[in-house]
Each structure stands twice: as C-alpha cells, then as structure tokens.
Design a protein around this ligand. Structure first.
Ligand code: ARG
Length: 460
C-alpha cells in the first residue's frame, strides 16, 4: 500500500475493499493535465505572495511538468490506494522533487482543486461542443442550400398537413442547433469561475492572491463564497441540461430520418457507409446510426437526472457523493460529441427521393387550407370557407379523388365564388410560394434564411 497524503491520524490500514470502492482514479485520471496546470498556477501564486520561495516554485513546476510527461507517455502507475488523480500527482511529485513537494498543497484542498479541474475540463469541452455544433449547422445549411427545389408534405400529428420546402424543414433543425449553441455558450459564463483558494470550505489563513491564480488560468471571475465554491455543481447540471435538450433535437431528427427511410415513406435513403445489415435477413439495410443516436438520448437524460438527484439533499459544503459527478459528466459529453460528429459526416450522404416526396404532396388534401383561403379572398368569412371546403373534402373522399381532381362544376357546387382560377391555387408550387409571411416556407424566404445563416456562421 502506498503512503496516503492524509493517513497521519489513522492507525489502521484502509481495507482494500474500501480502497477499491472509494477510488475514482479510473474516471478522474483524464483530468490530469488540468490538475497539473492548476497546480502550476497555484505554485506561481504561492511564490508571488511569498508563501513559498521562487526556487521552491520552480522545482515544483519542473517536477509537475515531468509528471505530466510521464502520464502523457503512459509511463505512470495508477493505483487504487491513492484514490484520485490529485493524490497520484502529489505522491509522484514527491518522488520526483523530494520534500519540497509537501509544500504544494499549502492553502488549498482537494475540494477546491477538484472543483477547479472539472471547471477547466468543462470549459474546454463546451468549446469543443460549440465548434462541433457550428460544423453541423454548416452541414445543414449546405444541404438545405442545394435542396430549395425539393418539396415534401409537412406534418402535424404525423398526418399530412401542408406542403413545405425540404430546405425549410431542415432549417428548422438549424434553428434548434443554433439555440443549443447559444445555451452552451451562455453556460460558459457560469463555468468560467475560478474556485481555487477556497480551500476545504472556509478559505485560508495564507495571504493568497486568488485573482492572480484566476488570471494565470484565464478565468474572468473568482468565486465569491468559499463554501459555495467547493459545493457548487450547478454548472454541471446546467451543462447536462443543455446537453439533454440538444439530444432531444438529435433524437427528433433521427426519428424523422428513420421514418423517412422506411418503405412506407421512401423519402430518403441512407448511404451504405452509414447503415448496417441484418445477420439473418439478407435484404435488410438498417438505419442503425440514427437509431443509436435516438437511443443514446436516454443515457444523456439519465446523467442529468443523476446529477440532480445526487445534489438535491447534500448539506453544505463538500460531500464525497460529489465524486460521482465526473463519470456522468464525462459520459454525457462524450456521447454528445460522438452524436454531433457522426451527424456531420452522415448528413451530406443522405439521398433524397425528390419525386416520392413531391408525389406525396399531391394526395391527402394538402391544398384544403389554400382552397379555404381562396374563398376567403373572394369575400367568404374564413370560418365559413373552412366549413365549405370541409364539405368538398368529404365529397371528394367519397369519390376517391383529391380536391384538384374534381371538375369545375363539382367544385362550383360548393360555392358560386369558385371559378377556373382555383386550379392554379391548388398546386403544390403555388401553395408554397404564396407562404411569404416572415418565417414561412416560400422559396424566397427560405433562401433568405439560408443566406442569413451562412452570414451568421461566417461571423463566428
Ligand atoms: N476525488 C474527490 C472528488 O472527485 C476529490 C475531492 C476529495 N475530497 C475529500 N475531502 N475527500 O470529489
């Protein structure tokens, strides 16, 4: 058993089963670079305020760099008895630089140290996620830009409702992922707060300069209350909440693409490179990527629920329960990054069956609203027009025809306001091009929205 940095008051050795149970090294070793960067800043600060000498600081810093290199190169032995990454680094540092290593932990505790490490990790990871989402938004815009001539039925209640441009439909997802990006960026403000120097919970008697540490580590803010600093995990809850919302969007797009790729819809085909087969049914080509993204959504929601539940009854300040935050956070961030990444690659390879989509807009009375609008434009109050067209739909259903397949005489029997110009009104093209209200599906609107998105993406 290695000697533990905290074992002075203990007369018995820790049971191995306790060591294995309390150890978090398998999870938190990935924080090593942040832990060392934080320790280096801490050394510089301690030297600046003369708690340690410049010489001591420089040998500590050199030693920390050595340990970092060892871990990066895989020449480092991890051991459950040393619990976590903080104790591993400190213990190894003592072997590398000798007794001066014992000064590193002056004016800090693992409680503020771990809070710092997780904030540094999450800051970097949030920025990675924002840049991945930006790439995905670009991919959506590129796809939408070249599909402004493709129409498909828009749905409500999964029933055909009104025709829309495929680009308009896709740009709805652009909006969702843009809001996700904003949410992650906004959350950074709460992540970007420097907790080190709060020590165990009450602050420290040493004349430390926390603002200097923050400056070295590029944190714009220093946490204001030492008790809150070591027990605050709101920033993780907020990140996991943003991640969950983002996964809702991935799950929705996945569900649509899965439906659209079915024989029943036939709207799209996934490329072979992003599909898998069946071990028994030779004909199968399955949309597993989209299905897995939809499935992984549950795990990310689980992380959010886990952190909320874990935190909800914890008394101030630090409690060991909080060690569990990292596994769920890392899992959720890794999952989200993987989902964004695969969509960036998969999206451009999706084949659109334009003719099938277009054909689908001509059945199911997608032009009924426009026939009501036609009557309303000729002076009939809209509610009356709605009722009149409802009757026409019922009549057409009986004849197994669409509204535009009825003869002018048949149509006129529902209202004398109807004349031959109605047929032009009932085409998919007209239905779409007349929806010029801001945010509507008319081609010129959609093209303008795409151009605005391109500009916004350029200015990032
Ligand atoms: N491994 C711990 C965690 O992740 C670090 C802080 C431990 N502090 C303590 N007093 N036991 O939360």
């Amino acid at each position: 058993m290695s000697e533990k940095p905290w074992d002075g008051r203990f007369s018995q050795k820790t049971d191995q089963i306790t060591e294995a149970f309390t150890s978090s090294i398998d999870i938190d070793k990935r924080l090593y670079a942040y832990d060392i960067e934080g320790s280096i800043a801490h050394c510089k600060m301690l030297a600046k305020v003369s708690v340690i000498t410049e010489d001591e600081a420089s040998s500590l810093i050199q030693g920390l760099e050595t340990v970092k290199k060892e871990i990066a190169e895989g020449n480092f032995r991890f051991d459950d008895s040393l619990e976590d990454i903080h104790m591993h680094i400190e213990t190894r540092l003592a072997e590398v630089v000798g007794t001066v290593a014992r000064k590193l932990h002056t004016a800090r505790s693992r409680n503020d140290q771990v809070a710092l490490d997780v904030r540094m990790y999450l800051k970097a990871e949030t920025l990675n996620i924002i840049s991945l989402l930006t790439e995905l938004r670009k991919a959506i815009v590129d796809f939408a830009k070249t599909r402004t001539h493709v129409v498909l039925p828009g749905y409500t209640h999964l029933q055909r409702a009104q025709p829309v441009l495929l680009s308009h439909h896709l740009m709805a997802y652009y909006e969702m992922f843009s809001r996700d990006t904003d949410r992650f960026r906004d959350g950074l403000e709460r992540v970007n707060v420097m907790p080190l120097g709060s020590a165990a919970l009450a602050g420290t008697t040493y004349p430390i300069d926390r603002h200097y540490t923050a400056e070295l580590l590029d944190f714009p803010k220093v946490s204001a209350n030492s008790i809150d600093s070591v027990s605050d995990r709101d920033f993780i809850m907020e990140f996991l909440s943003s991640a969950s919302i983002c996964m809702v969007h991935f799950s929705r797009i996945s569900e649509e693409l899965i439906l659209w790729s079915s024989s029943e819809f036939g709207f799209i085909e996934f490329s072979d490179a992003f599909s898998t087969g069946s071990s028994i049914m030779p004909q199968k080509k399955n949309p597993d990527v989209a299905e897995l993204v939809r499935g992984k959504t549950g795990g990310v929601f689980g992380s959010l629920i886990a952190i909320l539940t874990m935190m909800k009854s914890l008394p101030l300040a630090y409690n060991r329960d909080m060690q569990e935050d990292k596994k769920i956070l890392f899992d959720a961030a890794d999952t989200l990054k993987a989902c964004i990444g695969i969509y960036i690659s998969m999206l451009p390879t999706i084949k659109i069956n334009k003719d099938i989509m277009e054909q689908a807009t001509t059945t199911g009375f997608l032009n009924a609203t426009d026939m009501a609008d036609y009557l309303a434009a000729k002076g009939m109050p809209f509610r009356e027009a709605h009722n009149c067209v409802g009757k026409a739909v019922s009549y057409a259903l009986g004849k197994k025809k669409e509204l535009h397949e009825l003869s002018l005489e048949e149509l006129k029997s529902f209202s004398s306001l109807i004349s031959a110009d109605i047929f032009n009104t009932l085409t998919t093209e007209q239905i779409i091009s007349r929806r010029k209200s801001f945010g509507g599906t008319a081609g010129e609107n959609v093209i303008a929205a795409i151009e605005k998105a391109e500009k916004d993406l350029e200015n990032i």
